[in-house]
Design a protein around this ligand. Structure first.
Ligand code: SPV
Ligand code: MG
Length: 569
């Protein structure tokens, strides 16, 4: 992301827009149509926003014919200006009336922190230039110049800009008329000329720019001549390019794809991991600022949970790939296994994440996590690693194997459990299908939908399958274990007790679960049926890539039916 120069932020928005118009480098502004898209434009690195008439009317679900009133547009702009500190250039259509309406518009825009307005020389109510452009009547030159003068005379901030948009080429009036109008508008006080074209080639824009010969800043909207290399605009001396409608268009196509998918599949499970998480929406709304303020102004605010990820191992059968890094740093579908897990936690609002490393711990990417190191990892099991993170368990904590990929609802459902202890068990895995499968789970009942609402508890976890005739497992523990409330102190006490055992260094997480059961604690079972992967060997890695791809965002990945094919092994 291009950071915005902090010095620029010190100047007013109007001054920044004016600077973009008069600077001798080519500048770009991006369409936004509401507060959220304004924030997104800012985060993408743009220096300014085009408040497009087409996009704003479209997001209201009305036509670009002044069906939304000008005050509705201005109210919408207020949300945009609040959500983003970028300068906003309003597409003010024809100025919504005569010179007097323009005067009032300019005053109201200044009051809402808008940096400038573009008015076009058509007649109110206008129609979008790309709909029968040649049939649209143009304003009289003198009348339009009066609007420009009235607007300039009514602004109180000298830096507020009025851009005059010439529609002569759109309406088929020719180059000479376009130049005549542009010159008249410049003399009337316009700060820049927007020359619009609906051709698929930039020819008339480039001719106009050549004839204009730098008499003032030129603004263009290359929606129709989009394949023109940007360098051509730079060479032609254009000041500002408006990318005019691309966020409303991507919003429409993404919404169409997801709405269709949910309607057809009658489930959310295929889309959840491919769309912005609810937490991402919270972030865009600046919810953290609210939480911080809550801590100052409200007592008793909730402390979020924590996670401990056990990632000390090198990975069996992966030696060739893990010479210089632990298994969890191996990439799956373009990002390290650990990142998938950490992102999964963050998505559920768990930001306090401690990763216990061991083998090549220095190679662990510590962005957004705390690292604890089990120095004796080569001689110890998982419990010794967990003990290294004992301090991290000051709040409700989820303990996880580091080599897990899972659909986000699995963690969400686990977090919703109020039980002191709970685990996730996959009822689709009751027999080994490859050598690395372990952690079979025996429970107080099977995954029977008829038992809905009843609590199932864990009886035992073991990697040894029973002989025929003995009780068969009800599934496989996937490696997620949540400890809440009073469970925390109990877990710490049990860990301390287990540490005294001579075989402590050999103990793994299933031993802890079994010890809790033996101590009479109830461990609630949350059943799932697939939708996760343990990544233990090379084969798993290959399949994990497919699994992860089903979770890439719609805008980036494919939208075909692959999302259904990843039930675990
Ligand atoms: C808009 O974005 O509303 C514009 C540009 O006015 S265009 O749609 O190209 O006319
Ligand atoms: Mg418009």
């Amino acid at each position: 992301m291009n950071a915005i120069d902090p010095n620029l932020l010190a100047t007013s928005r109007a001054a920044r827009l004016r600077q973009m118009l008069v600077s001798n480098q080519l500048e770009f502004i991006m369409e936004a149509h509401n507060g959220l898209s304004a924030r997104i434009v800012r985060e993408a690195g743009f220096k300014g926003i085009w408040a497009s008439g087409l996009a704003i009317s479209a997001q209201f679900g009305v036509r670009d014919n002044n069906e939304a009133s000008w005050t509705q547009v201005v109210d919408n702009l207020e949300f945009m200006a609040d959500a983003s500190d970028l300068p906003i250039l309003l597409d003010g259509d024809t100025g919504y009336g005569n010179f007097n309406n323009v005067r009032r518009l300019v005053r109201k825009l200044e009051q809402r922190g808008i940096a400038g307005v573009c008015i076009e020389d058509k007649q109110f109510p206008k129609t979008n230039s790309f709909i029968d452009g040649e049939r649209q009547p143009l304003a009289e030159i003198d009348e339009f110049c009066g609007k420009i003068k009235a607007g300039k005379d009514s602004q109180t901030d000298d830096d507020f800009s009025i851009v005059a948009r010439v529609e002569a080429l759109i309406a088929g009036w020719g180059m000479e008329e376009a130049l005549r109008r542009a010159e008249a508008y410049r003399q009337a006080g316009a700060d820049a000329i927007l020359i619009h074209s609906k051709l698929s080639k930039p020819d008339e824009i480039l001719t106009f720019a050549r004839e204009w010969a730098g008499r003032g800043p030129l603004v263009i909207v290359p929606t129709k001549y989009y394949s023109t290399p940007t360098e051509a605009f730079r060479k032609a001396g254009i000041s500002l390019v408006i990318w005019a409608n691309h966020l409303i268009r991507v919003a429409a196509s993404s919404m169409q794809a997801v709405a269709r998918e949910i309607h057809e599949s009658e489930t959310l499970v295929n889309v959840e991991d491919r769309i912005a998480s609810v937490n991402e929406i919270f972030r865009l709304q600046d919810a953290d600022e609210y939480s911080a303020a809550e801590k100052i102004y409200l007592s008793g605010a909730q402390v979020p949970g924590a996670a401990v990820v056990l990632a000390a191992g090198r990975g069996k059968g992966l030696e060739a790939l893990t010479e210089d890094k632990p298994k969890i740093m191996l990439p799956v579908a373009g990002k390290p296994l650990l990142r998938w897990l950490v992102d999964g936690f963050k998505k559920q609002g768990i930001n306090d994440i401690t990763v216990v490393g061991g083998y090549q711990a220095q190679a662990i990417d510590t962005a957004g996590i705390k690292l604890a190191v089990n120095e004796r990892h080569a001689q110890t099991g998982e419990l010794a690693s967990l003990a290294c993170a004992a301090d991290a368990m000051q709040t409700d904590t989820v303990i996880a194997y580091g080599d897990l990929l899972f659909r986000s609802y699995i963690l969400r459902d686990l977090l919703e459990s109020d039980a002191p202890f709970s685990v996730v068990v996959d009822s689709s895995q009751t027999a080994p299908s490859n050598q690395s499968v372990r952690d079979f789970a025996w429970c107080s009942g099977g995954d029977d939908r008829d038992l809905f609402g009843q609590t199932i508890t864990l009886k035992k976890v073991s990697d040894t399958l029973p002989a025929a005739g003995e009780a068969q497992p009800n599934g496989r523990w996937i490696g997620l274990f949540s400890v809440r409330g009073e469970g925390r102190a109990k877990l710490q006490a049990l860990l301390a007790k287990l540490r005294e055992r001579p075989d402590f260094d050999q103990l793994d997480l299933p031993d802890l679960l079994n010890a809790l059961v033996e101590a009479g604690e109830k461990i609630e079972v949350k059943y799932v049926h697939g939708h996760w992967r343990g990544v233990n060997d090379l084969d798993d890695f290959r399949r994990a890539g497919d699994f992860a791809h089903t979770q890439t965002p719609y805008a980036l990945g494919n939208v075909d039916g692959e999302a259904n094919g990843e039930a675990a092994r």
